[in-house]
Design a protein around this ligand. Structure first.
Ligand code: NAP
Length: 525
């Protein structure tokens, strides 16, 4: 498929005339054709107008039709074949195996949401039948279901060019909820975005849905993204990226005449706690496994293990020696963009300049990449960490900070000083369980997911996953951006009181024509 560098608005392909965006091959620094002319207010207007006019009919598509649509998107993405993988490799520097796995995850999550739609539990139907003879006041007939919020603006993430971009988790969950989606492509992988965008566009046509169900816009700088979320027809925002970007979008969304929710996933350093018995028993193995996790995707994962907490002593020394050994033999990997490489270098400098850390190891193997990630390990005392917030900042890449604590009391104090996190990981043996019981309330307050005897990288897409957490891990800790529960971010409840059967949505009618599970007078049907 030839790339055209166009905005995909509904079923149209429009050449915008604004400043063009070019992908840069991060390994070579070379520009990749074609250029993508930045969209202007007129492209935003058209996409929003189409999305709004599609909304009422799309949100009432049958469960089967909507589920089929998500499955068709997955099929069309797979049909792109190797062209998609090769373009994504060129634009992101990510290796083939990683991108093939990510494509599998992307299509898998679309199919998982399709199953969720068919089951209909997300409608969360609750029926309280009328009690006309209740004294002193009769009760009306009350029926609740969830409806879609409205058109959603999705900002594609740089670090998951497929699974968190054009047809990624935010798009899948919003479409599953019945919301039209307008994606603002990430400027780092415009060609990958166009390929996936065309697959979604084709699925819309195959499924004979209103064209405004999906649009894909490109815009250099922040103007287009800002205009999009300012548009009164946009009703929610999904975002994965920097803390400054997420905060700026929240600010704009909150200052609209009608504020709207922004589901932003931003920064997390994902503490890993090496409990004393586990550390004593397997310091060496833990050190090597830690670096394998740290190096995954050049550390450009939101769940990267950026902070290690342990009690000072001989066992921690063994762990650090093993980790340092693994770091020094780590081959540098190409980072996603020259900008992310620059941000990584600046983050390392900030840590070095703090005067509060010592560098334990850095990978220095030669590389020809123009955007190399050299894995780096630092050490700091618990006291310095607690007193200096610069040490708490996410350094996006294979960088981690080990904190030496004097005892479990100080380790818990460090945890109490952390900001909100996506994950908190415990390495433990049975002898550690009593101490962990005391840590758990703190970890529950701080993180969205608590893991035992594993590493935080690798996020399963399933029913029980929580990929969220208190600020600044996310802007809204009451939801998840991965897993089927993500659908609830884009729904809201409506109650129907005393409406005649024929006017009720099918999900709420007495004969339950959708055959879905419902809460009828407090009892699950
Ligand atoms: P980003 O700079 O936050 O950009 C993400 C998206 O938001 C892009 O489409 C960007 O537009 C848009 N955007 C950013 N600021 C905006 C604003 N003020 N108004 C409107 N739109 C705005 O993230 P990034 O480019 O992916 O990476 C930069 C840094 O973010 C990394 O170095 C890393 O620190 C962090 N990051 C963290 C995670 C994580 O999971 N924790 C993931 C990715 C990145 P443009 O395309 O025009 O830039």
């Amino acid at each position: 498929m030839d790339l055209q560098g166009h905005q995909l608005i509904g079923q149209q392909s429009i050449a915008a005339t604004g400043k063009p965006i070019y992908a840069i091959n991060p390994a070579t620094g070379q520009r990749i054709e074609p250029g993508y002319g930045s969209g202007s207010m007129s492209e935003v207007e058209l996409a929003c107008q189409l999305a709004w006019s599609a909304f009422d009919s799309y949100r009432e598509t049958t469960l089967t039709d909507r589920a089929d649509f998500l499955e068709t998107i997955a099929t069309e993405i797979e049909a792109l074949g190797d062209v998609l993988i090769e373009r994504a490799m060129l634009e992101t520097g990510l290796p083939r195996a990683r991108l093939e796995g990510e494509r599998g995850r992307t299509c898998g999550q679309l199919r998982l949401f399709s199953n969720v739609i068919r089951a209909g539990e997300w409608l969360d139907v609750r029926i309280d039948s009328a009690l006309p003879d209740r004294s002193p006041h009769p009760r009306s007939d009350l029926r609740q279901r969830q409806i879609a919020l409205g058109p959603v603006a999705v900002f594609g993430a740089s670090n998951f060019p497929l699974a968190f971009s054009v047809a990624g988790g935010d798009t899948a969950s919003a479409l599953a909820a019945g919301c039209p989606v307008i994606v603002k492509a990430h400027s780092a992988h415009p060609g990958t975005s166009e390929l996936v965008g065309r697959a979604v566009q084709k699925a819309v046509a195959i499924c004979k849905l209103p064209e405004g169900v999906f649009s894909l816009l490109y815009g250099a700088g922040n103007d287009l993204g800002q205009a999009l979320i300012t548009d009164p027809r946009i009703q929610a925002v999904g975002f994965t990226g920097s803390r400054s970007g997420g905060t700026a979008l929240m600010h704009t969304a909150n200052n609209r005449p009608q504020p709207i929710p922004v589901y932003a996933e931003m920064s997390s350093i994902n503490p890993v706690i090496l409990m004393p018995a586990a550390l004593e028993a397997r310091a060496d193995a833990l050190g090597h496994a830690f670096i394998a996790s740290l190096n995954m995707g050049a550390g450009q994962f939101c769940t990267n293990p950026g902070l290690i907490l342990a009690i000072k002593g001989e066992a921690l020394g063994r762990f650090m020696a093993a980790a340092a050994d693994a770091v020094s033999t780590s081959a540098p990997q190409t980072m996603l963009t020259p900008g992310i490489y620059a941000a990584y270098s600046a983050g390392l400098k900030q840590l070095r300049d703090s005067g509060k850390v010592s560098e334990i190891a850095a990978s220095n193997l030669p590389t020809e990449s123009k955007s190399p990630c050299h894995s780096t390990l630092f050490l700091a005392s618990a006291t310095d960490f607690i007193s200096d917030e610069r040490l708490h900042a996410e350094v996006f890449g294979s960088c981690s900070l080990i904190i030496e604590c004097s005892d479990m009391t100080q380790l818990q104090e460090v945890l109490e000083h952390l900001e909100g996190q996506l994950t908190a990981t415990l390495h433990m043996d049975e002898a550690d369980h009593d101490a962990i019981k005391r840590l758990l309330p703190t970890l529950e307050r701080k993180a969205g997911r608590i893991l035992a005897n594993t590493w935080p990288t690798g996020v399963e897409v399933c029913q029980a996953m929580v990929h969220g957490g208190p600020w600044p891990a996310t802007s809204n800790s009451r939801s998840t951006s991965v897993g089927t529960a993500a659908i609830y971010r884009f729904l809201r409840p409506v109650c129907y009181q005393d409406l005649p059967q024929m006017l009720l949505p099918e999900a709420l009618r007495d004969d339950n024509p959708l055959a879905i599970s419902r809460l009828l007078n407090g009892i699950r049907e």
